[in-house]
Design a protein around this ligand. Structure first.
Ligand SMILES: *[C@@H]1O[C@H](CO)[C@@H](O)[C@H](O)[C@H]1NC(C)=O
Ligand SMILES: *[C@@H]1O[C@H](CO)[C@@H](O)[C@H](O)[C@H]1NC(C)=O
Ligand SMILES: *[C@@H]1O[C@H](CO)[C@@H](O)[C@H](O)[C@H]1NC(C)=O
Ligand SMILES: *[C@@H]1O[C@H](CO)[C@@H](O)[C@H](O)[C@H]1NC(C)=O
Ligand SMILES: *[C@@H]1O[C@H](CO)[C@@H](O)[C@H](O)[C@H]1NC(C)=O
Ligand SMILES: *[C@@H]1O[C@H](CO)[C@@H](O)[C@H](O)[C@H]1NC(C)=O
Ligand SMILES: *[C@@H]1O[C@H](CO)[C@@H](O)[C@H](O)[C@H]1NC(C)=O
Ligand SMILES: *[C@@H]1O[C@H](CO)[C@@H](O)[C@H](O)[C@H]1NC(C)=O
Ligand SMILES: *[C@@H]1O[C@H](CO)[C@@H](O)[C@H](O)[C@H]1NC(C)=O
Ligand SMILES: *[C@@H]1O[C@H](CO)[C@@H](O)[C@H](O)[C@H]1NC(C)=O
Ligand SMILES: *[C@@H]1O[C@H](CO)[C@@H](O)[C@H](O)[C@H]1NC(C)=O
Ligand SMILES: *[C@@H]1O[C@H](CO)[C@@H](O)[C@H](O)[C@H]1NC(C)=O
Length: 702
C-alpha cells in the first residue's frame, strides 16, 4: 500500500511537471560603475567632460529565461552605460564561455546599454572612440565586463520556475523629437498612420515565480538619457537609471539602493531622434526658439541652440522624466495580465555592414558603404552641441575643413563619396586604419523570441520611424510564416556601437542622426533585410542553417592610452587621508544640504577593488541600540560625491547629502571611504583602505 501510494504520487507529479508551461527565470543586478575620476564620460564626445565623482552608481541588470526542460535559454542584459562596444561584448562572451561552456553564447546573450551619457568611457577598440575616451582604459573595461558577468552569474544562481507577463502603455510628457524636420521627410501617408513623431509606447515584461513572488521587471522605451547635459561631471545613470532606482527602492523595502533581489531595468529602444529635454530648443543667448531645420540661432549659430528638460536644473529634470517612466512602468507592471508562453528561439549573425547588397524592389538594388561620418555629425544636437561652425542639415562640405581632413586623414575615395551621397563626408572612417581601424565593419545582428515576444538586438540608435519600419518588417515576416501576433521590441545600443540609423528619406536632410548613419543611405534597408532573415530562420526552424558570418576582430590595442596612471596620493602636512577639512554644521533642516570636505585620494584607486562598495555613507544614530545605522550610500540620488584634484598627488573629496523630506529627524554623520596609493621606488604600488567621519549633526523638520 505504501509503495502504491509512492507510485501514485510519482505518477501524478511527473506528468504535471512535464506539461508545465512555466519557464525557469532568473534575474540579477551587479555594480559596473568603474573609475569615477579623470575618465571622459561616454556620450557627448566632450574632451572637457571628465568624471569627477558620483551621483548614482551604475548597474548591469540581467534576466535569464529557460524552457521548462532547459533545452534552450536566453539572456538579456541592460547596463547603465552609453552603449555596448564590440570589445566589451567579446570579453563578456569569452568569460561566459570559460565559466559556462556552451550555455551562454553569441546567439543567446543580448547586451544592451541604457545610453546614459554620464558613465565612464574607455572600453572601445576602434580609433574614433579611443580618441574621444583617452584610449583603452582597462579599469573601465574590466569594471563593465565583471559587472555584466556578475549580473548574469546572479541571475543564473537564482533561476526558478516562474511566469512572464507582458503589458504596454503610453508615456506622456516625457519626449520630443529633436529632428522633426528629418521626420517630416518621411512620406505623408506613412506619418499619417501615427499620432506622434516619437514612439510613446512602453513595453514591460513582468517576472514572478510560481508562488507569485515578484522577481523583476524589464521595460523598453525610446528616450535618450540626456537630461544630464555635457557640463555634468558626476557619474550617474540619468532618467532611466532614476526610474530603476525608484522601482527597486519600492520593491526592496528598507534596503539600500543596489541591494535586494528585485530587479527593475529600463532598457533603451529606438531613441535615435528622441530627446527628454522637452522644453525644446532655444537660443541660450537670446531665449528665442531655434526649432528650425538647421537648429541655428541668428546670433551665435548652432552652438547657441540647446534644449533643456522640464526641471529647475539637469538633476531635477532627470528625476522628473525618470519619475514619469517609473509611474507608468508601475501601473503597467501592476495590471499586467497577458501571459507570455511558448518556446524560446535565438538567432545571431555577424555581417560585414560595408558590404550588404539590398534588394530595394523588383528591379533595383542598393548597397551599403564603408563607414563615414558627415559634416553634421560635428554639429552635435540640441542635447549637446558640437563645435566650431558646423550646423545640422549640411549638404555641402567646407573647403577649410576638407583641407584639414585631407592632410590629416587623406581624401575619401570617389567610391565612398558617391556611396554616401547626399552626405558630405567629414571623416572617412572606413578608409583609415591607423593606428587601428576607426569604425567597425563586422556587426552583430541578433534576435530572440520568448513565446510571442521578439527582442531585436539593434547595434546602434534607430530613429523613431526607422524603428517602426524595422518592427513592422519583422512582425510581417513572422506572419508570412504563419506566426501571428508577435510583440516585437527593439533593444537599442546592443552588442557593438555603430552610431545612428535613419530612414532613407530622413537621410536626405542630413541632420545629425543622418550624418551619423555611417553605412550610408541604405543602412536601414540592409538591417531590415538582415533581421527579416533572422525572423524567417526562427519562424521556419532553420536557425542552424544561418551562416555565422565573418568573426569580428579582437583588436590588440596596446599603445593607445592618453590617461596618465595615478601618482601616489599625498595628504597635506600633519593630516591623513579621510581627515575632515571642512566640517558639517551642527544642525540642518530637511530640504537643506549637509556637506563635509575630506582629505581625498584618487577614486581610480578603488575602481577595481571590490572591497569598496561605496565612497560615502550617511548614518543615523539609533538611540535604542547606540549604533550608527547606514541610511544612504553613493548609489542614492540624495547624495553626491565630488572629487577634485590638487597639486602633487593631493586631492579633496566633498560629500553632500541633500536631505529629503522623508528623512527622520535625529542625529546623523557622514563618512567617506577610499583607497590611497603608495608607490615605493622600484616596487609594485600598494593600496590602503581608509575612511573619514564628519562630526555628528542634527536634522530637524522644517
Ligand atoms: C523541450 O521543450 C520544447 C518545447 O517546450 C520542445 O520543443 C523540445 O523538444 C523539448 N526538448 C527536449 C530535449 O525535451
Ligand atoms: C546644463 O544644465 C545646467 C543646469 O543644471 C545649466 O545651468 C547649464 O546651462 C546647462 N548647460 C548646457 C550646455 O546645456
Ligand atoms: C524638481 O524641483 C521642483 C522645484 O524645486 C520640486 O518641487 C520637485 O519636487 C522636484 N522634482 C523632483 C522629481 O525631484
Ligand atoms: C567588408 O567589406 C568591404 C567591402 O567589400 C571590404 O573591403 C572589407 O575588407 C570587408 N571587411 C572584412 C573585415 O571582411
Ligand atoms: C525601385 O527603386 C528605385 C530606386 O529607389 C526607383 O527608382 C524605382 O522607381 C523603383 N521601381 C519600382 C517598380 O518601384
Ligand atoms: C567655418 O570656420 C572656418 C574657420 O574659422 C572658416 O574658414 C569657414 O569659412 C567657416 N565656414 C562657414 C560656413 O562659416
Ligand atoms: C575622383 O573624381 C574626380 C572628379 O570627378 C576626378 O577628378 C578624380 O580623378 C577621381 N579620382 C580617382 C582616384 O578616380
Ligand atoms: C601602435 O602599435 C601598432 C601595432 O603594434 C603600430 O602599428 C602603431 O604604429 C603603433 N601606434 C603608435 C601611435 O605608436
Ligand atoms: C598584444 O600585443 C602585445 C604587444 O604588442 C603582445 O605582447 C600581446 O601578446 C598581444 N596580445 C594578444 C592577445 O594578441
Ligand atoms: C535619545 O536619547 C536621549 C537620552 O537617552 C534623549 O534625551 C533623546 O530625547 C532621545 N532622542 C530621541 C529622538 O528619541
Ligand atoms: C583592495 O583594497 C584592500 C584594502 O582595503 C587592499 O588590501 C587590497 O590589496 C586591494 N586590492 C587590490 C586588487 O588593489
Ligand atoms: C575606518 O578606518 C579604521 C582605521 O583604519 C578602521 O579600523 C575601521 O574599521 C574603518 N571603518 C570602516 C567602517 O571601514
Amino acid at each position: 500500500m505504501f509503495t502504491s501510494l509512492v507510485f501514485s504520487l510519482i505518477l501524478t507529479q511527473i506528468p504535471s511537471a512535464a506539461v508545465s508551461k512555466n519557464y525557469r527565470i532568473g534575474v540579477g543586478r551587479a555594480d559596473c560603475t568603474g573609475p569615477v575620476a579623470e575618465i571622459p564620460l561616454m556620450g557627448y564626445a566632450n574632451p572637457d567632460q571628465l568624471a569627477g565623482g558620483i551621483l548614482s552608481r551604475l548597474y548591469s541588470r540581467a534576466f535569464i529565461v529557460a524552457q521548462p526542460n532547459d533545452s534552450k535559454r536566453v539572456v538579456f542584459v541592460s547596463a547603465d552605460i552609453g552603449m555596448v562596444s564590440q570589445r566589451l561584448r567579446l570579453e563578456v562572451i569569452k568569460q561566459l564561455k570559460s565559466k559556462y561552456g556552451e550555455l551562454y553564447r553569441q546567439d543567446n546573450v543580448i547586451l544592451s546599454g541604457t545610453h546614459t551619457h554620464s558613465g565612464p568611457g574607455g572600453y572601445f577598440q576602434y580609433t574614433l572612440f579611443l580618441i574621444t575616451s583617452k584610449g583603452l582604459i582597462k579599469p573601465s573595461l574590466n569594471a563593465l565586463v565583471n559587472g555584466i558577468v556578475k549580473s548574469i552569474d546572479i541571475a543564473h544562481e537564482n533561476m526558478k520556475e516562474g511566469r512572464l507577463f507582458i503589458n504596454k502603455g503610453l508615456v506622456e510628457n516625457s519626449q520630443i523629437n529633436r529632428s522633426p524636420y528629418s521626420y517630416l521627410q518621411n512620406p505623408e501617408s506613412e506619418r499619417n498612420r501615427y499620432s506622434s513623431n516619437t514612439d510613446k509606447e512602453m513595453v514591460v515584461l513582468k517576472m514572478v515565480d510560481v508562488n507569485g513572488q515578484e522577481l523583476g521587471l524589464f521595460s523598453w522605451f525610446a528616450i535618450h538619457p540626456v537630461n544630464m547635459n555635457n557640463t555634468n561631471l558626476l557619474v550617474n545613470s540619468d532618467n532611466v537609471g532614476y526610474a530603476s532606482y525608484l522601482f527597486e527602492q519600492e520593491k526592496n523595502k528598507g534596503l539600500l539602493p543596489g541591494e535586494g533581489s528585485f530587479v527593475a531595468a529600463f532598457a533603451s529602444s529606438n531613441l535615435g531622434d528622441v530627446s527628454p529635454n522637452i522644453k525644446g530648443p532655444h537660443c541660450i543667448n537670446t531665449g528665442e526658439s531655434c526649432d528650425n531645420p538647421h537648429s541655428y540661432c541668428p546670433v551665435g549659430g548652432a552652438k547657441m541652440c540647446m534644449a533643456a528638460g522640464p526641471g529647475s536644473d539637469m538633476i531635477n529634470s532627470s528625476k522628473i522624466i525618470g519619475q514619469n517612466l517609473y509611474l507608468k512602468a508601475k501601473e503597467l507592471y501592476t495590471s499586467a495580465s497577458q501571459e507570455v508562453t511558448g518556446p524560446l528561439h535565438s538567432a545571431h549573425q555577424w555581417v560585414n555592414m560595408s558590404d550588404v547588397t539590398v534588394q530595394l524592389n523588383a528591379t533595383h538594388t542598393g548597397k551599403t558603404c564603408k563607414p563615414a561620418l558627415g559634416y553634421s555629425f560635428a554639429a552635435g544636437t540640441i542635447d549637446g552641441v558640437g563645435f566650431c561652425n558646423f550646423t545640422q542639415g549640411s549638404l555641402e562640405g567646407q573647403p577649410f575643413w576638407e583641407t584639414i581632413r585631407n592632410q590629416l586623414l587623406g581624401e575619401p575615395s570617389n567610391e565612398t563619396k558617391e556611396c554616401h551621397k547626399p552626405k558630405p563626408i567629414l571623416l572617412n572612417t572606413g578608409e583609415i586604419s591607423l593606428p587601428y581601424p576607426w569604425h567597425p565593419e563586422i556587426v552583430d545582428v541578433q534576435l530572440f523570441t520568448i513565446g510571442s515576444l521578439a527582442i531585436v538586438a539593434f547595434p546602434g540608435e534607430l530613429t523613431t520611424m526607422s524603428g517602426r519600419r524595422l518592427r513592422e518588417a519583422i512582425k510581417s515576416e513572422f506572419e508570412s510564416h504563419g506566426t501571428q501576433g508577435m510583440n516585437v521590441v527593439i533593444a537599442g545600443l546592443c552588442n557593438v556601437y555603430t552610431h545612428y540609423v535613419t530612414t532613407y528619406e530622413e537621410y536626405q536632410a542630413q541632420r545629425y542622426e543622418a550624418a551619423s548613419t555611417i553605412y550610408g543611405p541604405h543602412t536601414l534597408s540592409a538591417y531590415i533585410q538582415l533581421f527579416r532573415g533572422l525572423a524567417k530562420a526562427i519562424a521556419t526552424n532553420t536557425v542552424q542553417d544561418l551562416p555565422n558570418g565573418p568573426e569580428p576582430p579582437f583588436i590588440n590595442v596596446t599603445n593607445m592610452t592618453l590617461l596618465p596612471s595615478v601618482l601616489a596620493d599625498v595628504a597635506p602636512l600633519s593630516k591623513t587621508f579621510g581627515d575632515v577639512l571642512q566640517e558639517v554644521q551642527p544642525q540642518y533642516r530637511v530640504g537643506e544640504v549637509a556637506e563635509a570636505t575630506f582629505v581625498g585620494a584618487n577614486p581610480r584607486n578603488s575602481a577595481e577593488n571590490t572591497t569598496l562598495k561605496t565612497f560615502l555613507t550617511v548614518e543615523k544614530y539609533e538611540n535604542v541600540s547606540g549604533n550608527w545605522h547606514v541610511m544612504y550610500n553613493d548609489a542614492s540620488w540624495d547624495t553626491k560625491f565630488y572629487w577634485t584634484k590638487g597639486f602633487l598627488g593631493r586631492s579633496q573629496a566633498r560629500v553632500e547629502w541633500h536631505i529629503p523630506s522623508s528623512a527622520e529627524p535625529g542625529l546623523y554623520r557622514i563618512q567617506y571611504f577610499g583607497h590611497y596609493k603608495v608607490q615605493p621606488i622600484l616596487k609594485p604600488a600598494q593600496f590602503y583602505a581608509f575612511n573619514g567621519t564628519s562630526s555628528a549633526f542634527e536634522v530637524v523638520k522644517l
